[in-house]
Write a protein that binds this ligand. Structure first.
Ligand SMILES: NC(=O)c1ccc[n+]([C@@H]2O[C@H](COP(=O)([O-])OP(=O)(O)OC[C@H]3O[C@@H](n4cnc5c(N)ncnc54)[C@H](OP(=O)(O)O)[C@@H]3O)[C@@H](O)[C@H]2O)c1
Length: 342
């Protein structure tokens, strides 16, 4: 049994609860939201494990949460961060099987940006040895969401639309779509990303900053008939893309990268064309999907990272002690995740 120190270094939340605002996953001054602290090392309760951190990822959900704009309230003074990977160093009753395993984890509240992390055993996945710590740090939230959402899309035909396709999740979905013989249509906002998305499996890539993007999309839509729009942006262009899709189209909102609030301009389409607007949240998928189906999806995710079909692009690595000073700058880098190490 590892001897544990009484305290640990952590990056903690400065504020409580919700902010009541929706300004998006962007941080100008990290010190407004996060602080450094020395906290007691937590003890695992029944069904919980204590993990010595190897790497944690910085996801848009972390940034929404830190600012009080996510679907769960903040707890002032608690460590930030939802997802990462590390070694199980202590277990509560019922979680003994995970002792000493290297696992990918998601925390129950927050707490991943600390030297030691408490997580429910059911939110831990033992990692295959060939998976790197960086890939392990982003092994649950985006990959499971990609698998779940592409499953939803393929039930409605072979073509589907993906916005913010340069995101880690967007690239995973395009690669998965290609592997399954589907036709992902990618929306990107940077011209330099067009080729990258074609290489990642998109059959069509459209530039959202092109003034003719809607005409281009209408042509593609008429030809490929996408019925599902997997949208992480949710701005006015998203609404217009949805309006240009064929009857029975579904606009599935799963992120809010833009802080623009879109207006519905053609509500008649919901009535006369059978179109639908809905949401997707992995947390709900996890509670509504059988353990057998989840195990199948988790095995497929690890197989994809093990053989290189999927990978995590890293833009910057920061140690915990550099987060408050350097996270704002690190997040300005494009095409990859910021990874936090102890
Ligand atoms: N609902 C769920 O269960 C669930 C689960 C996982 C993730 N998500 C959501 O999925 C999205 C992607 O997550 P991720 O971790 O893959 O992100 P990521 O790798 O951190 O990438 C963020 C991406 O957002 C793009 N972006 C930022 N603001 C934008 C805007 N206003 N318009 C268009 N694109 C914009 C950036 O594009 P550039 O390359 O052009 O800078 C970047 O590619 C996030 O919204 C996240 O919250 C939701």
């Amino acid at each position: 049994m590892t001897t544990l120190p009484p305290t640990m270094f952590a990056i903690t939340l400065v504020q409580d609860g919700y902010s009541g605002e929706a300004t998006g996953p962007y941080i100008d001054n990290v010190g407004d939201w996060l602080a450094e602290a020395e906290l007691p090392v937590p003890q695992p309760g029944p069904g919980q494990v204590l993990i010595k951190l190897r790497a944690a990822s910085v996801n848009p959900s972390d940034l929404h949460f830190i600012k009080g704009e996510y679907g769960q309230p903040r707890v002032k003074g608690a460590a930030a961060g939802f997802e990462g990977c590390g070694d199980v160093v202590a277990t509560g009753t019922g979680a003994e099987a995970l002792q000493d395993q290297r696992v990918a984890f998601v925390t129950a509240g927050s707490g991943a940006w600390a030297e030691y992390v408490l997580a429910p055993a059911i939110m831990c996945i033992p990692l295959r040895p060939e998976i790197s710590d960086e890939d392990g740090a982003g092994q649950i939230v985006n990959p499971l969401t990609a698998m779940a959402m592409v499953d939803i899309a393929r039930a409605d035909g072979d073509a589907f639309v993906v916005s913010a396709a340069t995101s880690q999740l967007g690239k995973l979905m395009c690669r998965l779509g290609r592997d399954l013989g589907l036709k992902p249509i990618a929306l990107v906002r940077r011209p330099e990303a067009l080729d990258m998305l074609r290489d990642s499996g998109a059959v069509e890539v459209l530039l959202t900053t092109d003034p003719n993007v809607l005409q281009s999309f209408a042509k593609v839509s008429q030809e490929l008939k996408p019925r599902v729009f997997l949208d992480a942006v949710a701005d006015q262009l998203s609404e217009q893309i949805f309006c240009a899709m064929p009857n029975r189209a579904r606009w599935i909102s799963y992120g809010k990268l833009s802080n623009e609030l879109p207006t519905l301009t053609q509500t008649g389409q919901l009535i006369f064309m059978g179109k639908q607007i809905e949401g997707f949240w992995l947390t709900n998928w996890l509670t509504s999907t059988s353990p057998a189906d989840q195990a199948r999806v988790v095995a497929e995710v690890q197989a994809r990272f093990s053989d290189g079909r999927w990978k995590t692009d890293i833009s910057e690595k920061l140690s915990l002690r550099d987060v408050v000073g350097n996270l704002t700058e690190a997040l300005k880098k494009i095409d990859g995740k910021v990874i936090i190490t102890p």
